[in-house]
Design a protein around this ligand. Structure first.
Ligand code: NOJ
Length: 766
């Protein structure tokens, strides 16, 4: 098409739009003409017709009418929201779900407003919609990018069938602090693994064609550094240096941007004195500047208002100025933009070009989702009925649940359990629990719908199985927005559990945190087994030491006593709908565990933050048998379980580890190979991990950095050669100006089954 033809077409489009072509009442030929021109052109022509009020309306995101995922909204009655919807002053809504409900608000936006601009319908689809996958931290322990992508695909398929076209996921915040309740939502502590997972999740949600009715826009959150909240306390100050920001915090966000994520969410924290919702540095300079991100940024829930409470703006007016200038495009349930921006533009305080830029970005995503071509594309009742809770989704979440389980300890090969002739006592408050394993963030799923460990184990009928709660974990009911009340007084079930343990061959104990003890607003200072569970564990241990401890938890726990005493420990996280089946299949050896920890487990809370990629310090070792080195006097420097740790029922031997060469030039690709042999009695899978250490740097480098991994399946006796490539992408780092550099020098390379592997080689970069 030449320039003249294009101009004629554009005029034609504008006339068509004027006649109402953006509603769903377009004729077939109008639609074809519109599809021929690019999204940017369509956005521009629509923007040209919008009033200032309508533009600001697009920057307004309202919570719906039932579910609440933040503090009670201030000043936003349902009546007002409907009025604004009808005026075209709402660009998006969250927490509206179900085809019938979505259709109704979409109908108002499309059919009752002047321009008929469709709504984005956002929802926290964090680990599934109705059918739940493991919580994201658990899923990350699979190191299985295909499975993670597929789990996001399932989530998108169900959510989109319920009318949702935008998920507030993935959360890609790196965190080194298990006190922070939201570690359950992320990929763990490592930026390399976190980046791979970010990409897998974005691709899973968005698919390869966003206009399809089963793909939804993803949202990389929380930009940025929320995972570094001081002392792991929720919504707290973050004060980190540029090196941590560039090398640890930002990489997964960059990976999400590079994978085409359509939206970003900023966050509640401040970073080095500036609330990030008002950070030009993060949103304009880095995200929309250096990274050239052309999607939009949504604020977190009323985080524009919170700029005031941080003490960075004196009122809503100033908060609106700061946030809009900084590049926060869409105001989530803050009511600030809709109240302030029109006047601020009219007074010339905020430039209209800022508004235009934000609206352009928002409209673009709507066009890319195909909402202008069919605003009801996600509103198909048949699809809703057929897809939500589909059997194939149960199969998929079971698959990823098994892959997420980590075998922490298996002394004397107590596991797998024999399938026949055994007497087993299943003990613990979480053993028969059908609610807690669903985890936090599961607003649309039904309570008490997880398969419990008891139900999973009952599938295996060759043994005698009895069940005893021992103690209650929580008092009363728990719900998403309530504080969980822990039982610390009721010991009435302990005697019965102990008596049962006395008479059996093996005890399986299911202990840990309730699903609602982690997630947003659930920071904790104690990371041991909550309530009376430790007491129960020790009481049972006193009569029968043949214990398999199955942990259910949303974060690393400090279980030092258990690690010392209990022979077998299985990390069973909160694994979602199929939880109990997954755990039972692992316990009975029908699935050989292959998960590896995505986050370090501390010995005690005092070690936090503890992470594998720490810096050497100037005094890393005790040379003179005195106190003057970097350590604690009361606990070892090592973690309880290191990052990357996870056992299997088989064993793997590493041999022929080679770096192919000793000296390389910057820019070369370095080949590293290692043979891995399955030397045990079971077929199995191993996550082969590669770490580097850059020995000297202009910015000090961590003692180890993950720079490659491969999940490899090996039959009994089988050997495979695993090859890694190291190039500039893996060997460099960001300096304190945010520039990526690769420096000459000596490197060590480590390969093995965890971050503390001792298999080591080296090379020099000239
Ligand atoms: C607040 C949370 O921080 C964010 O992650 C979530 O998406 C929003 N609420 C909406 O529920």
């Amino acid at each position: 098409m030449n320039r003249n033809q294009y101009n004629v077409l554009l005029i034609l489009i504008m006339v068509l739009c004027f006649l109402g072509c953006v509603t769903n009442k377009k004729s077939g030929s109008q639609m074809e003409v519109m599809k021929e021109i690019s999204v940017d052109q369509r956005v521009d022509s629509l923007l040209a017709k919008m009033t200032l009020e309508e533009k600001v309306g697009q920057m307004n995101l309202y919570n719906g009418f039932w579910d609440v995922t933040g503090p009670t909204p201030q000043g936003g009655s349902a009546k007002l929201k409907y009025e604004h919807l009808k005026k075209g002053w709402v660009g998006a809504m969250l927490n509206i779900r179900g085809v019938e409900n979505v259709k109704e608000v979409q109908r108002i936006a499309v059919e009752e407003t002047r321009l008929g601009i469709p709504l984005l319908i956002g929802f926290d689809v964090i680990h599934g919609y109705k059918t739940l996958s493991p919580i994201p931290l658990a899923e990350s322990a699979s190191w299985d990018l295909e499975a993670i992508r597929n789990s996001a695909r399932v989530a998108a398929t169900e959510a989109s069938a319920a009318g949702i076209n935008w998920t507030f996921a993935p959360m890609v915040d790196i965190s080194r602090d298990p006190r922070w309740g939201r570690v359950m939502e992320g990929g763990g502590e490592d930026p390399y693994l976190g980046s791979k997972i970010a990409k897998a999740r974005v691709l899973g949600f968005q698919g390869n064609d966003l206009t399809k009715n089963n793909t939804i826009a993803a949202c990389a959150k929380h930009f940025a550094a929320y995972g570094f909240s001081e002392a792991g306390k929720e919504y707290n100050t973050v004060d980190i240096g540029t090196s941590t920001l560039y090398n640890t915090v930002l990489p997964p966000f960059k990976a999400a941007a590079d994978s085409g994520v359509k939206t970003f969410m900023n966050s509640f924290n401040e970073l080095n004195g500036v609330p990030v919702t008002g950070s030009e540095f993060l949103q304009r300079d880095i995200l929309k500047g250096a990274w050239d991100f052309d999607g939009f940024v949504v604020s977190d829930w009323a985080s524009i208002n919170e700029i005031i409470f941080w003490g960075h703006a004196k009122d809503k007016r100033q908060a609106a100025i700061i946030a809009a200038r900084a590049g926060s495009d869409l105001d989530m349930e803050g009511h600030v933009y809709i109240q302030e921006l029109v006047q601020l533009v009219q007074e010339g305080v905020v430039q209209e070009s800022i508004i235009d830029d934000a609206v352009r970005r928002i409209l673009k995503v709507k066009f890319e989702l195909g909402l202008f071509d069919n605003p009801y594309t996600y509103c198909d009742e048949t699809n809703e009925k057929e897809n939500i809770g589909h059997t194939k989704h149960h199969e998929a979440v079971l698959d990823v649940a098994k892959k997420s389980i980590v075998l922490l300890k298996n002394q004397g090969n107590l596991l797998p359990l024999q399938k026949e002739g055994q007497k087993i006592a299943l003990i613990g408050p979480l053993a028969a629990d059908k609610n807690s394993p669903l985890g936090s963030w599961r607003i649309a799923s039904d309570d008490h719908t997880a398969v419990s460990v008891l139900e999973g184990m009952q599938q295996y009928t060759g043994n005698t199985l009895t069940h005893h709660k021992g103690v209650e974990l929580v008092v009363g009911n728990t719900a998403f927005i309530e504080e969980v009340q822990i039982n610390t007084t009721n010991r009435t079930g302990i005697d019965e559990a102990v008596a049962a343990a006395q008479t059996v061959d093996v005890v399986v104990m299911v202990l840990g945190e309730h699903g609602f003890q982690s997630g947003e607003g659930r920071s904790r200072t104690h990371l041991d087994l909550p309530g009376l569970q430790q007491e129960l564990l020790e009481a049972v241990y006193a009569v029968n030491q043949n214990i398999v401890l199955v942990l259910n938890n949303g974060r690393p726990l400090a279980i030092e006593w258990a690690t010392e005493h209990i022979p077998a420990i299985v990390e069973g996280w909160q694994l979602g709908t199929q939880s109990g089946n997954a755990i039972a299949q692992v316990l009975y050896g029908d699935y050989n565990p292959s998960g590896k920890l995505p986050m370090t487990f501390p010995r005690n809370v005092g070690q936090i933050p503890i992470y594998y990629n720490y810096k050497s310090t100037g005094r890393p070792v005790d040379t003179n048998d005195n106190v003057f080195w970097s350590h604690y006097t009361d606990v070892d420097n090592t973690p309880l379980y290191p990052f990357g740790h996870g056992l299997s029922y088989t064993t793997f031997q590493y041999s022929n580890f080679k770096v192919h060469g000793t000296e390389f030039k910057i820019g070369d690709t370095i080949k590293v190979t290692v043979d891995v042999t399955n030397t045990g009695d079971y077929d199995g899978k191993e996550v082969v991990q590669l770490y580097i250490r850059d020995l000297f740097g202009s910015i000090t480098r961590p003692v180890r950095e993950l720079k490659g991994f491969e999940l490899v399946s090996l039959k009994k006796g089988e050997t495979k050669t695993i090859e890694f490539k190291l190039s500039n992408k893996e060997l460099g780092f960001f300096n304190n100006q945010g520039e990526y550099i690769v420096e000459a020098g000596d490197f060590e390379v480590f390969v093995g089954g965890s971050s503390i592997t001792s298999l080591q080689s080296s090379f020099t970069l000239k």
